[in-house]
Design a binder for this molecule. Structure first.
Ligand SMILES: Cc1cc2nc3c(=O)[nH]c(=O)nc-3n(C[C@H](O)[C@H](O)[C@H](O)COP(=O)(O)OP(=O)(O)OC[C@H]3O[C@@H](n4cnc5c(N)ncnc54)[C@H](O)[C@@H]3O)c2cc1C
Length: 421
């Protein structure tokens, strides 16, 4: 019996020991699995981090207008660009001598400050938190910054070089850029070279407008603040339009907004009113007499110009170029503003006036382009660090969505900010 007890006790001990060993083994296995998962996660996160940190791509920018060059600066500042090529079909002199002035609004100024633009080192003037400079001055400043970045990034500026199918063919296949930014302005055709559809959505801004331009060679070409005037009415009684009767009814007042901008040498004017069907608006929209618009601009200029510039004489009035009548202000924006070139693994985005443009010059046009560039840094980062095609497609989709948002905002509030206020 004792022997039996001893034998049973032995079996019981053995069973407990085996259970304990089993539990210990299970515990060890769970621990080492957790440790392995932990090491895997740490290694993966570190490797991903290193890969993202090291990821650098080659970027090509087509067009060295204010938008193309700002996009170049965004690319350099993203820290994700190894090689940047910027090209323009114009040679340096033609590129930098454009007479237009650009007006950077407070939001664009903030965006450019974030990119390291030093407005104290640029010829221009401030007025109402807007910065006014010549388009060429702005481009020259950005070109000089890009020049300074050459130690960090391989920057190649090719002026006098048109982007064509031939240009693309000459790029060796293993040197193709991963991102192409098309910023070739409202007349560029680079999108068709890349096979991107040229379909536009045209939307009304629910306003009518007219533009005028005068060149006075004896005047200065220095940056000049804009002038705005509101609630203007014109006496068109000589043409049979009884404006006075409409004036008495406040509900029917169209109220015109006028802007005089540009340098004293290249003066531009924009006249706009919210869409309405008053007699005056209908008359100015359909008149066949082009001298009426000219008279309106002539008289408005002399009434609202700065004191230090000369009045427009009948001779200068004769040289004034202006819209024949009021027209509906419309925003055209590309249906496809971002695309993926399969096979070559290239992401393309369209920016500035190549992406969206008003048929009316407000004197603030450049800001529409700057708005689109606000998502450019993230887009370059996401493309550079993409693991697969899906990531690139997602980055492109976000870029396109932002472009649509920009167009929608311009349509809703663009004229309010640039003309009505
Ligand atoms: C008369 C006038 C007055 C204006 N006044 C004002 C103002 O007072 N304030 C304001 O803010 N804005 C003003 N604007 C608008 C302003 O000039 C534009 O908003 C701005 O230039 C748009 O910039 P962008 O870079 O998109 O295009 P762009 O400035 O047109 O630049 C496009 C560039 O692409 C190049 N290009 C085209 N095709 C190719 C190709 N195939 N290969 C290589 N390069 C190519 C062109 O040579 C050009 O240099 C005015 C415009 C005009 C016409």
């Amino acid at each position: 019996m004792d022997g039996m007890h001893a034998a049973n006790g032995g079996v019981g001990d053995m069973g407990e020991n085996a259970g304990e060993r089993y539990r210990a083994l299970a515990y060890d296995t769970a621990l080492s699995t957790l440790a392995a998962i932990f090491v895997y996660v740490v290694v993966k996160v570190s490797l991903d981090g290193i890969r993202q940190w090291r990821a650098r791509i080659s970027v090509l920018i087509v067009g060295s207008g204010p938008v193309g060059l700002t996009a170049a600066l965004v690319a350099v500042r993203s820290g994700k660009v190894l090689k940047l090529t910027v090209l323009d079909e114009r040679y340096r002199t033609a590129l930098l001598c454009r007479p237009q002035q650009i007006a950077l609004d407070p939001r664009s100024v903030k965006f450019l400050l974030g990119l390291g633009v030093d407005f104290d080192n640029m010829e221009g003037c401030w007025h109402n938190e807007h910065f006014f400079t010549r388009i060429g001055v702005f481009q020259e400043y950005l070109l000089s910054i890009l020049e300074q970045k050459k130690q960090k990034v391989e920057v190649k500026v090719q002026l006098g070089t048109k982007f064509t199918e031939e240009y693309l063919r000459r790029i060796p296949h293993n040197h193709w850029p991963r991102v192409i930014v098309v910023a070739d302005g409202s007349c560029g055709d680079s999108c068709s070279v890349l096979g991107i559809s040229s379909d536009y959505t045209v939307e009304s801004c629910h306003a009518y407008g007219a533009n005028a331009a005068i060149e006075r060679l004896d005047q200065r070409q220095v940056p000049t603040p804009e002038i705005r005037a509101h609630s203007l009415y014109f006496d068109l009684s000589a043409y049979g339009v009884e404006a006075l009767r409409e004036h008495r009814n406040p509900a029917s007042k169209p109220g015109f907004h006028l802007k005089i901008y540009g340098t004293f040498r290249n003066r531009y004017m924009a006249l706009v009113c919210p869409a309405s069907e008053t007699k005056m608006v209908r008359f100015l929209r359909h008149t066949a007499n082009s001298s009426i618009m000219k008279n309106i601009f002539h008289q408005s200029f002399n009434a609202y110009k700065t004191d230090i510039e000369p009045r427009l004489s009948d001779v200068t009035r004769h040289h004034m170029q202006c819209s024949r009548r009021l027209f509906e202000i419309q925003l055209s924006h590309r249906r496809i503003s971002a695309a993926y070139i399969d096979g070559d693994n290239v992401a393309v985005t369209v920016e500035g006036e190549a992406a969206r443009v008003l048929n009316f010059d407000t004197g603030c046009g450049v800001n529409l382009g700057m708005r689109g560039l606000e998502s450019m840094g993230t887009f370059i980062y996401r493309t550079a660090t993409a693991v697969d095609q899906n990531d690139i497609l997602e980055a492109l989709s976000a870029k396109m969505q932002h472009s649509r948002q920009v167009a929608e905002t311009i349509k809703q509030t663009g004229l309010v900010e640039s003309m009505y206020e």
